[in-house]
Design a protein around this ligand. Structure first.
Ligand code: GMT
Length: 372
């Protein structure tokens, strides 16, 4: 099949999933056309059967706001016609679903019928999409989609709760590649950050408010008081500056390393002992699942779709949002006993196998076949 995938190319779960989905479909012989405004972070550009179409919005002095959605819809029309696409799959409803609706209508006037699938990822529903300034358009374009999928049962429930969704929503969870060790000299790399006896805790996100990164620091402070440790903060975003200040106030500068944005997080995870995700809301928690694949147990909040991924007492622990004391207690419980830590590591890997890429991508393929 020839599949157009519309996504955010930035460091965010929805873009990562969409890119990995396209790459995997391409290895199965499908022709994949990514449509977005810059090269997606997880795309090298050299993958077989993969093409990238850039949406370039021209800067005209009249515009205070660049009309991205209009240009995207035009690009979709152009790519569908030029490349003879069979289907469009848009990731993240805003503004991709409305651009897809527009493209579909334009193409229909030219005798081309193209179905589009909308995949809901989280904040497009739970945070941004619910806002009255978006809601009517999101509801309409979702209901007009040929199929709607959500990445967790929790997100499906939230969508029905907050929108007048008349469309059946199919849950297709996020997925991961089976574990392949990347680093041979783990010990050597680990020693750049920590002493052998010091556990490494890790947090990966785009440092937005919703991630509650200050809870990561607060729980780390408590863990570090009991078990001297290191914390790797991977990513970047609006909360980073405040976090660095907080590190200084808590006297943790020596213990916390801000790694910045990392394209492939696998190496960081390979040297980590615990992953921390205290988010306010999280429709799935792809970062946690990626950690589990690498055998890193997860200390998280119990919000949204996280309980569908992290199994309390098996692959890690969950606490109420904001309860960093409990998170610290759970982290210490895992870290203080090597045998226990090993059991959690193995459980995390076993759990991640439920989200194997082959099984999940097959569900998208079945859906495409049904629609085409
Ligand atoms: O929250 C992020 O880090 C980015 C956001 C996005 O839209 O890219 O992630 C959302 O989609 C991911 C992939 O499906 C999910 O794993 C995240 O849980 C979800 N984020 C939220 O719901 C806050």
């Amino acid at each position: 099949m020839k599949i157009g995938i519309v996504l955010y190319p930035t460091y965010g779960g929805s873009g990562v999933m969409a890119t990995e989905l396209g790459k995997h479909l391409a290895t199965k012989g499908h022709e994949i056309h990514f449509i977005t405004y810059s090269q997606p972070v997880r795309l090298s550009g050299l993958e077989r059967n993969v093409f990238y179409h850039e949406v370039a919005v021209s800067d005209y002095p009249l515009f205070d706001y660049a009309p991205y959605e209009t240009v995207l819809a035009s690009k979709m029309v152009d790519v569908v016609k030029r490349e003879n696409l069979d289907i469009l799959h848009v990731h993240y409803a805003i503004p991709h679903a409305s651009a897809a609706f527009m493209a579909k209508q334009i193409l229909a006037t030219q005798g081309i019928n193209i179905p589009y699938v909308t995949t809901l990822h989280g904040t497009d529903i739970t945070l941004v999409g619910r806002d009255p300034s978006f809601e009517p358009v999101i509801t309409f374009c979702m209901n007009e989609s040929d199929a709607v999928t959500a990445v967790s049962e929790s997100l499906k429930k939230d969508t029905y709760k907050h929108f007048n969704a008349t469309k059946e929503i199919q849950v297709i969870p996020n997925f991961v590649h089976p574990k392949v060790k990347l680093i041979n000299n783990i010990q050597e790399i680990r020693r750049r950050y920590a002493l052998d006896e010091e556990p490494i805790l890790c947090h990966i996100s785009n440092f937005r408010k919703v991630k509650r990164v200050d809870d990561v620091l607060r729980m780390f402070e408590k863990v570090n008081n009991k078990i001297p440790s290191k914390l790797l903060m991977v990513g970047d975003g609006p909360e980073r500056y405040g976090l660095e200040e907080m590190c200084m106030q808590l006297g943790l500068c020596e213990r916390v390393i801000f790694v910045g944005k990392v394209r492939e997080t696998q190496e960081v995870l390979e040297i980590s002992d615990l992953f921390v995700l205290p988010s306010e809301t999280e429709s799935f928690g792809l970062a946690a699942l990626e950690a589990m694949t690498m055998g890193v147990p997860v200390i998280s909040s119990n919000t949204g779709g996280i309980p569908e991924v992290n199994i309390h007492g098996e692959t890690g622990f969950m606490s109420n949002v904001g309860d960093f004391e409990d998170m610290a207690k759970n982290a210490i419980y895992i870290l203080e006993d090597d045998e226990r830590k090993k059991t959690f590591r193995l459980n995390a890997i076993a759990r991640s196998n439920f989200f194997d890429i082959d099984t999940v991508v097959g569900q998208y393929e079945d859906l495409y076949k049904k629609l085409v």
